[in-house]
Design a protein around this ligand. Structure first.
Ligand code: HMG
Ligand code: MG
Length: 298
């Protein structure tokens, strides 16, 4: 059966905007996050405290975070290392996310580390965050396919998920970073993880829509008991260090499906669509979301 409620973990302001060629002004980002909160999203990933040369689009994290910190929503931020954690904690962040990879190639491209070196980099971050009572998410990218390595063996995903769980991560997010997964693979990976001691309650899913499979994959995950789904308003996003990654699952498309299934999300779809249309105007190109296109031009 399907879950009665689903938590949408909104990543547009971070995963979406980190991939834009043009850097969006800080005040536009702040308004975006405010509008997402007004549309009813309760978890809104705000920005990343990474090296500004690696992701210049999010180099204004220090300016942005204080402008949204007063919102009555959860505002997780990405932190790759202790330097990032220090920056986030200094601004009062209460939720952070580390981001691992299921593959060596992407660990190298995204973090300049081997997989084991990246896990060693995260361990003190997670420990210190937990000591401060901060909730920690552990992303795992390239869970199904990798642009350099091709299909990714599920055992590699299991290994990284267990390592992050053992470190103390409160939740995980399984990323199909390049959007190649299909529903049967999603079902198989989630079953394997559960069998290998990674409880489904701590697992979220993060799909990209490269091959138009993101919603089907989400449905397969819901059938496996997953209740946290990552999505990006208007389908913004990709990943600057993974060339073939296109947009994330669009939040509007997800809300449309969940609404049809009778699964409440508390989201005002009209306001969300209006927000994505507004952001598309700022970015100078239309939203790829089918739902935004269907509802956005009355
Ligand atoms: P590095 O070059 O190996 O860094 O990068 P380092 O540790 O050798 O340090 C070099 C310098 O950077 C030092 O300064 C540090 O202080 C500074 P120096 O002493 O030379 O003056 N530095 C920092 N400055 C500010 N903030 C920091 C920081 N850390 C070091 N946090 C590093 C290693 C991890 C920093 C770099 O590779 C990096 O920032 N990577 C982030 C890449 C990124 O954000 N990628 C996108 C997110 S992941 C993703 O999109 C996938 C996901 O969405 C899910 C999915 O779709 O699958 C999550
Ligand atoms: Mg993504």
């Amino acid at each position: 059966g399907l879950p009665a409620r689903v938590r949408i973990y909104e990543v547009g302001a971070r995963d979406g905007l980190q991939n834009e060629k043009t850097t969006v002004p800080t005040e536009v980002k702040a308004e975006f996050v405010h509008r997402l909160a007004e549309a009813g999203l309760t978890t809104i990933e705000a920005t990343s405290f990474v090296h500004p040369k690696w992701v210049p689009q999010l180099a204004d994290a220090e300016e942005l975070f204080p402008r949204v910190a007063g919102l009555p929503v959860a505002l997780p931020v990405l932190v790759p290392n202790e330097r990032g954690l220090d920056r986030a904690l200094a601004l009062g962040a209460r939720r952070v996310a580390v981001f691992a990879s299921a593959t060596e190639s992407f660990a190298k491209a995204n973090l300049n580390r081997t997989l084991d070196e990246s896990l060693a980099m995260f361990a003190p971050v997670v420990r210190r965050a937990k000591d401060e009572g901060v909730l920690v998410r552990g992303y795992v990218s390239m869970c199904f396919g990798d642009p350099w390595e091709g299909p990714v063996p599920a055992a590699q995903v299991v290994r990284v998920c267990r390592a992050l769980r053992d470190m103390g991560c409160d939740e995980l997010s399984l990323g199909d970073t390049i959007g190649v997964a299909t529903p049967g693979q999603v079902r198989a990976l989630l079953s394997l993880l559960a069998a290998e001691g990674v409880p489904t309650e701590m697992v979220g899913v993060h799909f990209h829509d490269t091959y138009g499979q993101a919603l089907a994959n989400t449905y397969a995950a819901l059938e496996q008991g997953v209740t946290t789904v990552d999505a990006s308003a208007g389908g913004l996003g990709g990943c600057p260090y993974a060339k073939s990654a296109t947009g994330n699952l669009a939040t509007e498309d997800l809300v449309w499906m969940l609404r049809g299934l009778g699964i409440d999300t508390g989201i005002d779809l009209g306001r969300l669509v209006a927000t994505s249309v507004w952001m598309a105007d700022r970015l100078g190109r239309p939203s790829p979301s089918r739902t935004v296109r269907a509802l956005g031009n009355p």
